[in-house]
Every structure is written in structure tokens, then in C-alpha cells.
Design a protein around this ligand. Structure first.
Ligand SMILES: [Fe+2]
Ligand SMILES: [Fe+2]
Length: 244
């Protein structure tokens, strides 16, 4: 090439150089432009596929959430992260409604809605908040507490049927007394087993210093109850994930 070029005049070499540089610039520009389009195509195909798979998974497994919950969750985490949250939320919600259904149908539990507990939140709403946050915490942190027991304790832990702000002299010790009152009511109306009784009795720990939470369920309820009570009192319920 060097020998060939040396025979050319200088202006001709300059012109050839300009032409070659122009070709390189055009080539680079076209390559980048095609790559960008290609990237768009990949995203387009990927989204189409994800939407399609999401619809099929929902159709096939939607009605059998409890048994396929873990499988679906894994599939969704692996295949379509963007769709994951919405579907997982729906399944979580459905499972939660199933677990709490019996309690909401009970007359004694319904009565809790007559009394204000914290802020503007009734005792029933507080119990539902505790149940919901406990349920989420248990799932999210993979604590593996028994869901049925957890929801049972959450829904019944404050099953006392009075307004503790009513000024009655006996309310002065409400903080200490109500776990036992709730536990007795829960035994009377739901016949709850020993483990759940212990969890209800220990939910006010460390106020009731000797009633230490001794199970996973008890510990979750004890912590979540305080969180919900605080959020309800300072009225940040919705903002911090509570149902009411
Ligand atoms: Fe309580
Ligand atoms: Fe509570």
C-alpha cells in the first residue's frame, strides 16, 4: 500500500484520506444506530413474553394460591421481576383474607369494632393491622412462624370488649390486665390452644415483665403490636403499610 500510495500526488492522498475517514464515520454511526434499534427490539420481545407468561401463570395457578404460592413466587422472581410485585401482592392479599375470614364472621370479634383503641383506630382495626403486618413480616423475613397460629393470635390478642379510655377506675391497670382478659375471651369463644394463649399473654412484654414471649409467634406479635400501636397513635397508619 505504501508503495502504491507513494506514486499518488499529495492532494489525491488528502482526498483519499477524507473519503476513508468519512466511510469510517458513516459505518460507526450506522452500527451504533442498528445496535440501539436491536436493543429496543430485545426489550419489546422480552416485555411481550413476560406479559404472556404472567397471564398464563395467573390463569393456571391463580385459584390454587396456597399450594402453589412458593412455586409461583420462585417462577416470578426468576422470569419477570417487574410483574412480580403485583401478582405476589394479589396472592398475599387473597391468602390473608382466607386466614382471617372466620374471625371476621364471629360476633364477638365484630364487637371489637365498637371501641376505639389508638387514635381513631378501633380495636378490631388494630387487630387486623397487627395481623396484616405480622403476616407480611413473617413472609418477608422468612421467619417460618405458623401462619394460622400467627393470624389467630393477632386477631384475638386484644379481645377485651370495652373502651379503655372510658375513665373507669379499673382501667388504670388496663395495660397489665387486658392480655389475660383477651386470653380468657379467646379460650371461651375460640378454644385456642396453650401456645396461642401464651402468645396473647406475653404480647405486652416488657410491661408485663414476667410474661416473656417464648415462641416465634409470640415474639412477632409482641413487636408488631408495638409498631402498629405507635403508627395508629401518631396517625401514620396507611403511610407505614397498615390496613387502617
Ligand atoms: Fe394489647
Ligand atoms: Fe394490641
Amino acid at each position: 500500500m505504501d508503495r502504491g500510495l507513494s506514486t499518488l500526488s499529495e492532494p489525491l492522498i488528502d482526498i483519499s484520506a477524507y473519503i476513508l475517514v468519512s466511510i469510517v464515520i458513516i459505518d460507526t454511526t450506522l452500527s451504533i444506530s442498528l445496535l440501539t434499534d436491536f436493543q429496543k427490539y430485545v426489550v419489546f420481545i422480552d416485555e411481550g413474553f413476560q406479559n404472556y407468561v404472567a397471564v398464563i401463570v395467573k390463569l393456571v395457578y391463580g385459584k390454587q394460591d396456597s399450594c402453589y404460592y412458593k412455586v409461583i413466587q420462585r417462577i416470578m422472581v426468576f422470569k419477570f421481576p417487574r410483574r412480580k410485585n403485583r401478582l405476589v401482592k394479589q396472592l398475599r392479599e387473597k391468602r390473608f383474607v382466607e386466614l382471617t375470614k372466620d374471625y371476621f364472621e364471629s360476633d364477638v370479634v365484630k364487637q371489637m369494632d365498637k371501641y376505639i383503641h389508638h387514635g381513631t383506630t378501633t380495636t378490631l382495626q388494630h387487630c387486623e393491622n397487627v395481623a396484616w403486618i405480622s403476616y407480611l413480616v413473617n413472609k418477608k423475613l422468612k421467619l417460618n412462624a405458623n401462619e394460622k397460629e400467627l393470624i389467630g393470635v393477632a386477631m384475638l390478642h386484644d379481645l377485651f370488649l370495652y373502651d379503655w379510655h372510658d375513665g373507669e377506675p379499673c382501667r388504670k391497670t388496663h395495660g397489665f390486665d387486658h392480655p389475660e382478659i383477651a386470653c380468657n375471651n379467646a379460650i371461651k369463644h375460640f378454644g385456642i390452644p396453650e401456645k396461642q394463649q401464651q402468645a396473647i399473654l406475653s404480647h405486652m412484654w416488657p410491661l408485663n415483665i414476667t410474661k416473656i414471649p417464648k415462641s416465634r409467634v409470640a415474639l412477632i406479635i409482641c413487636m408488631v403490636d408495638k409498631y402498629c400501636a405507635l403508627m395508629e397513635t401518631i396517625r401514620l397508619n396507611k403511610r407505614f403499610g397498615l390496613r387502617y
